[in-house]
Design a protein around this ligand. Sequence first.
Ligand code: PMP
Length: 349
Amino acid sequence: MSYVKESVKSLSEYYVLQDFSVVKLNQNESPYDVPEQLKKEILERLAKTEWNRYCENRPSGLINAISDFIKFPTEGIVAGNASNEIIQAVFAGLCRQGDNIVVITPGFSVYPRLAQIYEIDVTSVPLLNYFEFDVPGIIEAAKDAKMVILPSPNNPTGTSISIDDVIQITENINGIFVLDEAYIEFHQKTAQEYVHKYENLVIIRTFSKAFSLAGLRLGYLLAQPHIAKELEKAKLPFSVGIFQQIAGEVLMRNYPIIKENVDVIIEEREKLFEQVSNLSNVQPIPSSANFFIFSLDGFDAEHTYEYFYKNGILLRHFGDERLKDYVRVTVGKPEENEKFLTVLKNLVL
Ligand code: PMP
């Protein structure tokens, strides 16, 4: 007899290899730590704060900073313990056991995981030949669904949906469309303005990628105020601690400094993609995130992954049938990307 429900027991452990002794290009993190001057400011403010007191449940300094920077009303913003917690709040607040949701496949693995935990049915709409989104397929699958949740740019493929398609989906479904914009700063095309128009459009963002805060855990959601108010109730109280609140506020207020790194990453992505495309037996898939996937003619993805790891570079490969020939590389610092390219050339040339 088990005390744990079957839907949880049958999940596999959430595991990603974290080897910090090699060039780590496997988790779509920023290769750049928070700039020293900003770290100093954050730590000085943290030192002056009373740690024995509960933090604000709705962190006003952080939410005001987000609101000023992205130009979105504070009442429509919910901050959370990175986007994973926000995603969980969306599941908890919108879906009942036995409801149906629509995801894309290959897509972000946390959505079906949460659906399983909450015993929610999932319809997976496969991406098309070159990993484009099947918009009519998504709309058709969503007829009776409570929620469509998908990332754009998509993790792990890096492919994205157009704003027109976001509108198409939002207008033609009965449920809510949760658009996960985790990589938006690298993509630079957001559907944010349409949240004002459609009450069934919700956007999720994170500080884990462009803002270099993966280790701190901070994210937020954008929705119309009456939806945001309800979703705020579905998340855990005080889940954004004082460290995250202060760090997020300081980084938002200093985005020009952060943007210098974002610009370098975008430039490096374009350069690296072109260099990889020029190798005749390597097929990369165009991406607007800070990573891309590629396949190698005549090499199996697991072998490619192992070869890179033996040569000091950690990539990501996937169990998913559609991705069995692909590995994913996160764009690193210029010198890390050079090393990646050298290893790749040694393997294929
Ligand atoms: N959404 C997408 C599409 C992601 O790729 C990730 C991280 N891999 C997340 C959400 C979760 O990120 P975090 O919880 O660090 O904000």
